[in-house]
Ligand binder design. Structure first.
Ligand SMILES: [Zn+2]
Length: 138
């Protein structure tokens, strides 16, 4: 088991006694994707944790993953099912990208954001610093 950069950072901060909440930058840790392969399908067993944590629509997140993985996907309760064998790393990379592009405030790095729609445009509104940034996708 190797530690990710953020886990290392987290441990370091704990040692130094720096409160995580006040640390600048990402303070949202995404859970590890729990992958299961059944035949030609990939089951993401803990899918429902992500939209809850990111405070985003489950279907939008599913669409994003399906599009990026170039496959079809469906929801099955807490789980998401993808056609084809996808590796865990792909999910980790994509979920982190989604977090960066659609959730984290580009100004202060807070994950406490919401999406506001103005006509056809979408904005990421930060509840921590109040910044409003335009979004490419959502
Ligand atoms: Zn902010």
């Amino acid at each position: 088991m190797s530690l990710s950069y953020h886990e290392l950072l987290h441990r370091l901060r704990e040692k130094m006694g720096v409160p995580i909440q006040k640390a600048k930058g990402i303070r949202l840790e995404l859970p590890e994707p729990q992958i299961l392969w059944i035949g030609n399908k990939t089951i993401l067993r803990n899918f429902s944790e992500y939209p809850t944590l990111l405070r985003r629509d489950a279907n939008k997140l599913l669409m994003f993953l399906a599009k990026e993985l170039a496959t079809a996907a469906s929801l099955d309760g807490e789980r998401a099912i993808f056609i084809g064998r996808k590796d865990k790393q792909s999910f980790t990379v994509l979920l982190n990208r989604y977090l960066r592009e659609n959730v984290l405030c580009p100004v202060c790095g807070s994950p406490d954001t919401r999406i506001e729609k103005v006509k056809r445009l979408q904005f990421l509104v930060c509840e921590a610093c109040g910044a409003k940034s335009s979004l490419k996708t959502a």
